[in-house]
Design a protein around this ligand. Structure first.
Ligand code: DX5
Ligand code: ZN
Length: 216
C-alpha cells in the first residue's frame, strides 16, 4: 500500500517543514488538495503555492483538483510540477478535453468520483487513466469518517481494471486511519490518502509504517 499524506491537515504556517517531515517519514506521494470554494465549500491554494512547495521535496505530487472548471487550470498545475492530476467527473469541464490537456503535458491523468457517483462513470476512460480516485468522504474537509459503503464501488472498478488487463491504480481519499485502512486494502486499493491520521500523529513515521503494516 502506498501512503499519500494530505497536506490539508498540515500546519500551513510551516508548509516547508511539514513537507520535509513527511518526506522523512516514509510518505510515498504528497497529496495536494486544491479547492475553489465553488465545487466544494472550502478554499485552499492554487498553482503558485504548488510551484513553491515543489522545491521542498522530490516525492511525486498528486494534485487533487476540487474545482468547477479544471480545464482552465491544467496547464498551470502541470507547469507548477504536478506528477498526477485528478479532476472530478462531476465538475463542469469536458472530461475528454481535460484528459487530453493532462496527457499532452506528460502528467499522469486521474479521474475522481464523489460518493454519489457510480463506478461505471469512469469505465469509458479507464485505459487512459493512471489512477481512479474514489472519495470515501464528501470532498471539502479533512477529519471526516470513512464511508465503508464505498468499498463495493472500489471492488467493481478493480474488477473492471483486471478484466481489461489494465494497470490503472485505485486511490481512496477520506477517513483513512488504523481502523479503516485494512478495509481499503482488502477491496483492492493501491494508494491511500491520509490527512488527519498522519499529520496529527505524534510520530508520523511510526503512523505511516503502522498503516502500511496493517495491509496484509
Ligand atoms: C477531502 C480531501 C482529503 C482530506 C483527507 O476533501 O480531498 O484529501 O484532506 O483528510 P482525512 O484523511 O483527514 O480524511
Ligand atoms: Zn484529496
Amino acid at each position: 500500500m502506498l501512503i499519500a499524506p494530505s497536506l490539508l491537515s498540515c500546519d500551513f504556517s510551516n508548509f516547508k517543514g511539514e513537507i520535509e517531515r513527511m518526506d522523512n517519514s516514509g510518505a510515498d506521494i504528497m497529496h495536494l488538495d486544491v479547492m475553489d470554494g465553488h465545487f466544494v465549500p472550502n478554499i485552499t491554494f492554487g498553482a503558485p503555492v504548488v510551484k513553491e512547495i515543489r522545491k521542498c521535496t522530490k516525492k511525486p505530487f498528486d494534485v487533487h483538483l476540487m474545482i468547477s472548471q479544471p480545464d482552465r487550470y491544467i496547464d498551470d498545475f502541470c507547469k507548477a510540477g504536478a506528477d498526477i492530476i485528478s479532476f472530478h467527473t462531476e465538475a463542469d469541464s469536458d472530461i475528454e478535453k481535460t484528459l487530453s490537456l493532462i496527457e499532452k503535458s506528460g502528467v499522469k491523468p486521474a479521474l475522481a468520483i464523489k460518493p454519489n457517483t457510480p463506478a461505471d462513470v469512469v469505465y469509458k476512460y479507464l485505459d487512459r487513466l493512471y489512477m481512479v480516485l474514489v472519495m470515501t468522504v464528501e470532498p471539502g474537509f479533512g477529519g471526516q469518517s470513512f464511508m465503508e459503503n464505498m468499498m463495493p464501488k472500489v471492488e467493481a472498478i478493480k474488477e473492471e481494471i483486471n478484466r481489461r488487463n489494465l494497470k490503472t491504480l485505485i486511490e481512496v481519499d477520506g477517513g483513512i486511519k488504523d481502523t479503516t485502512i485494512k478495509k481499503a486494502y482488502d477491496s483492492g486499493v493501491d494508494i491511500c490518502v491520509a490527512g488527519t491520521a498522519v499529520f496529527k500523529a505524534e510520530d508520523a513515521k511510526l503512523e505511516i509504517s503502522k498503516l502500511k503494516a496493517l495491509c496484509k
